[in-house]
Design a protein around this ligand. Sequence first.
Ligand code: TRP
Length: 440
Amino acid sequence: MAIRETWATRIGFILAAVGSAVGLGNIWRFPFLTAESGGAAFLVAYLILIVVIGLPVMLVEFVIGRRAKQNVVGAFPEIGAPTWKFIGAIGALAGFVILSYYSVVGGWVIQYIVGSVTGGYAGNAEAFFGSAAEGTNALAYDLLFMAIVAGIVSLGVRDGLERAAKVMIPSVVGLLVILAAYGATLSGASEGYAYYLSPDMSTIVGDAISLLPDAAGQAFFTLSLGMGVMITYASYLGEDRNLLHDSLLIVAVDTFVAILAGLAVFPFLFAQGVDPGAGGVGTTFVGLASAFGTLPGGQVVGFVFFSMLFLAALTSAFSILEVIVSFAIDTFDVDRRPATVAIAAVIFLVGVPTAMSLDYLTLYDAIANQILLIGGGLLLAIFGGWFFASEASDELRRGMPGGETLTTVWIWVLRVPVVLVLAYVLYNGIVAVAGIVGGM
Ligand code: TRP
């Protein structure tokens, strides 16, 4: 039997997990969803769910992965729970759906890199988005993005990605800080901050409940949870790290980048008088492009920014394809290269409608976030909290001496609040998606 790889460096696991987590979810999806969902109230709901739901589910994925040292599907039989294998199958399905449109948005990013060089979006932010987002341009760049991801996965160059994450995270943070500082000088800034940061305390409870589905979906999407990425990454862990420390760090970095992205985007939206609720999936790109259009030296900053966003998207997309490919290799005993090419081709075909029409992109996004990831998370919480609790507790305590109380709290959070909230969100998601499909 081949010796299973482990992470080359102590920090390799953290870098890979952060590289997966930080991506279009933070910089594209979080700002537009927050804008669309009423601003600060959404931010509050999102932050609560990150801590109460995201963190506990991330720990479930980590303990399963480290204990099993197997891919998503193989992991469950390995830890004595073969009937739960279907969680892995749902995860793989979620991966197909997510990557099929994630690569379309990745293709937009490439178009914005090109647009930074040609000056295509300067003074022209809305029209540029309109021509980039749907149709043959979108499809061509979608294909290019998928080809790059497939190339990296088929070569199996994981170290390269660890290094990419090392450059990407500080650059993205630095550039967002610059943009946020520039945004702070604009006349619309204070209105933007008010919308984004000061929740109306009198309506927050009622709002928070109606915002739960979107906030929960975003919490899973941004942390790369619910499809087995973190199971797979933890399966390469050789030593007994403190998984609670690691997950706190990953969650903190990811949340920090998202909040910063909002600080960078909102002032520009309000400075231009864009109705934050009206923009949909284009809001972030329009906001950022108009920022680079007016910022002194904006084309250069824009070029660097979109290049880093491209790296961020690539490390995330890689994690999705890698999970599916490693599952296919282990299960069907196929070679890495043909498996990668075939799977990437299917994902591309699945995603064609999302490149041709934003309505389909929105539909796929809803199916993935409101149903598949939430369903995966619900099953993981039931499994971890009710069926695997003593082994899971045991596994978490390795590398976390004296964590008895924390472990007990974790299990009970999974058992009751996480399960109830996710069941509610799943029900809502199914209703919402049925509504979208009915209205198409
Ligand atoms: N978290 C990534 C982002 O925010 C996207 C992502 C990567 C993902 N792997 C995932 C989402 C697995 C859900 C499941 O861009």
